[in-house]
Design a protein around this ligand. Structure first.
Ligand code: ZN
Length: 121
């Protein structure tokens, strides 16, 4: 399924991670940045995560940041550094998707809340 990734700034062929979530959202995985994003009809607009983004960075202790790696596991409260985006975020929730895939929801200072796959072998 082809979708625009606002992180990679490109249209990419994405893998469907889940089309059965209870809220009806189709989750796609970007092959380039490995981010999980909801399927949207060609939306070009920037997310309004930019507002309040500067406050968020103040709350993040980047000295204890660990690089994001899909093969690792993370706990709520962990500080994650996404190297592809050069952005820091805090794990706010752990979510198990259908098919027993583990994901974390991370509030990034620049990109807003993003769902990322973890614990992938
Ligand atoms: Zn991407």
């Amino acid at each position: 399924m082809r979708q625009y990734c606002s992180v990679c700034k490109d249209h990419l062929e994405m893998t469907v991670v889940s089309d059965t979530s209870e809220d009806g959202v189709i989750w796609l995985k970007c092959p380039r940045c490995k981010g999980i994003l909801p399927y949207m009809e060609d939306v070009e607009g920037e997310e309004d995560a930019a507002s309040g983004a500067e406050d968020a960075l103040d709350e993040i202790d980047i000295s204890r940041a660990v690089p994001y790696d899909p093969s690792r596991d993370y706990e709520v409260g962990d500080v994650v550094h996404h190297r592809g985006w050069d952005d820091y975020g805090v794990v706010i929730e752990k979510v198990t998707l259908p098919g027993n895939r583990q994901t974390i929801r991370v509030r990034f200072s620049e990109h807003g809340v993003i769902q990322l796959i973890v614990g992938e072998s």
